[in-house]
Ligand binder design. Structure first.
Ligand code: SF4
Length: 392
């Protein structure tokens, strides 16, 4: 249990009773480290037993502390959850079921690396009740995959989808990366088409992010590789915005496209500010008036020594999160509802200030207003970070 939260357990307990939670488990292990990765993960399999023991113990502790609350979405992310053995995966699933009420689970997602999958594992995972697979395909171009340090090739990316369908997974998502050095527009569009034809019902389209120190960033800084220009990247995103709906995948969030009814229920809760509990190193939680993030030092976390970051949310901070997260959704934010909520909290000046700050973005066509709804235009989604800074 996180010491700073202990005095607030009654509040957290009450919040967990109000509506079902999402449960996220972070599996911080990978077979090899990708050249661009800044996630909390390690190749050191020697830490696995301690991390899994702590995850199982935390499931028990939190389940007891919150009174075995209802969980309606389960998500194993990483790292690489598909690196777990069937026994390890089953133990976690059973520990989650013992500690939380999963009777009305609406979705159970596993993130997977195509280079770690086989038919038997997928079949066992499906039998354990996981019904959605999110595959880190990134691209189907073997040269680019090698540049990214991925442990699989394009054929294995597609094979993962074939095996998953054979195992009974029908909800299949692929991560697609944009902005890789050497990547061209035609290739991204061709990959998206191939993945949808192979069974993807959901695509997450990400920009290569070299914010933190990583080998790929060093190569770019040394002039050995060149990133595509902002204009080239914008062209790719615009082409995808036009192409994906023709393949039956509609945008529902800045980075996410899905067939009707196939959006990620778990991830949508983040943007809707619905409660979730994250367990594992670097895992984030939002419950009641609190947000917290567990220590990202894997060994320290597994030994119970890591320090969590705990952030109380006052009324103004909670209000700011509504447009900050809600505008990411394609459907936008009901501004009149936001105004009414601000009035109840005596925070109208905050909304007035935001509205003034958003005016230029509305005038320049990055945002659009339809009735009470404010939302991004297609062009605005490409520059969303600039707009969303308004609420930070
Ligand atoms: S598989 Fe994902 S988490 Fe693991 S090293 Fe690669 S990018 Fe990082």
């Amino acid at each position: 249990m996180i010491p700073a939260l202990a005095p607030h357990l009654p509040d957290l307990h009450e919040a967990a009773e109000r509506e079902p939670l999402g449960l996220y488990l972070h599996i911080p292990f990978c077979k090899d480290r990708c050249t661009y990765c800044s996630f909390v993960t390690t190749r050191d399999a020697g830490l696995k037993a301690a991390v899994l023991a702590k995850l199982n113990a935390d499931l028990r502790l939190w389940g007891q502390a919150l009174g075995r609350p209802e969980v309606d979405t389960l998500y194993l992310g990483g790292g690489t959850p598909s690196i777990l053995s069937v026994e390890e995966l089953g133990a976690l699933r059973h520990a989650a079921e013992a500690a939380f009420n999963l009777d009305h689970l609406r979705e159970a997602t596993l993130e997977a690396n195509p280079g770690t999958l086989d038919q038997a594992w997928l079949t066992a995972a499906r039998r354990l009740g996981f019904d959605r697979l999110s595959c880190g395909v990134q691209t189907l171009d073997n040269d680019l995959l090698a540049r990214l340090g991925r442990i699989h090739d394009g054929a294995e990316g597609l094979d993962a989808f074939r095996m998953a369908q054979e195992a009974g997974f029908h909800r299949l998502s692929a991560d697609l990366m944009v902005g890789i050095p050497g990547q061209n527009l035609e290739r991204v569009i061709a990959d998206a088409r191939t993945l949808v034809a192979a069974g993807a019902t959901h695509l997450s389209v990400y920009m290569l992010d070299l914010d933190k120190n990583c080998p790929l960033k060093a190569q770019v800084e040394a002039g050995k590789l060149q990133l595509p220009s902002d204009d080239e990247v914008a062209d790719v995103f615009e082409a995808l915005q036009a192409e994906l709906p023709t393949l039956g995948l509609a945008p529902y969030e800045i980075s996410n496209y899905a067939r009707p009814g196939e959006l990620s229920i778990h991830n949508t809760r983040y943007w809707e500010r619905r409660p979730y509990l994250g367990l594992g190193p670097s895992a984030a939680s939002h419950l009641g008036c609190w947000r917290w993030t567990e220590s990202s030092v894997i060994q320290a976390w597994s030994e119970g020594r890591g320090e969590a970051e705990v952030q109380p949310l006052d009324a103004a901070a909670a209000l700011a999160e509504i447009p900050l997260l809600g505008l990411r959704m394609h459907r936008g934010v009901d501004w009149e509802e936001l105004r009414a909520r601000a009035a109840r909290l005596d925070l109208q000046p905050l909304v007035d200030a935001w509205e003034a700050a958003l005016k230029p973005f509305l005038q320049h066509g990055l945002l659009e207003r339809g009735g009470p709804i404010i939302r991004f235009t297609n062009r605005g989604m490409l520059l969303s970070n600039t707009v969303l800074e308004t609420f930070v």
